[in-house]
Design a protein around this ligand. Structure first.
Ligand code: HEC
Length: 137
């Protein structure tokens, strides 16, 4: 129980910044439900294209360091698709909810994206993964 509380508290802290500007309690997404340790394993599916961490550089996809809460399409030096650039200009910000929706079905969330990834169907996998991403501000 103590351990579980610790994990939840850590997730709450990690997401606090990202959620500060979000006023949408209607969302079913519960960021505290994610387990970053499990998320690290899920991230293996992303590693062929994405790096994360203080020294991370872009590969096929942009580096994901600090992506939780960051405006979309803003990793310096990365050439995003016109579709992503358009959404970025329209003000898309990668809140946990938006990342969740994008990862569930990238092509549906963002038609024209050059992220050729089928998507993560399991809610828990996405929650775990987002908890892992949030460990790299
Ligand atoms: C086959 C390569 C590939 C895989 C696998 C992949 N991505 Fe991507 N990802 C990309 C590309 C390319 C883009 C840029 C998309 C664009 O510009 O339309 C991107 C963009 C993103 C963005 C937006 C970043 C920004 O700066 O706006 C996020 C978030 C993201 N990916 C997360 C993930 C996660 C998490 C996974 C693993 C579940 C994953 N991706 C798997 C290639 C990939």
């Amino acid at each position: 129980m103590a351990l579980k509380f610790g994990v939840l508290a850590a997730a709450a802290v990690a997401f606090g910044g990202a959620l500060a500007g979000v006023v949408a309690p209607a969302s079913a997404f519960d960021p505290a439900a994610g387990d970053p340790t499990a998320g690290e394993k899920v991230f293996r599916k992303c590693q062929s294209c994405h790096a994360i961490g203080p020294e991370a550089k872009s590969k096929t996809g942009p580096a994901l360091t600090g992506v939780v809460g960051r405006p979309a399409g803003k990793f310096e030096g990365y050439a995003y698709s016109p579709a992503m650039t358009k959404e970025a200009e329209a003000g898309l910000v990668w809140t946990p909810e938006k990342i969740d929706a994008f990862l569930a079905n990238p092509k549906k969330f963002l038609p024209g994206t050059k992220m050729t990834f089928a998507g993560l169907r399991k809610d828990q996998e996405r929650a775990d993964l987002i908890a892992y991403l949030a460990k790299f501000p």
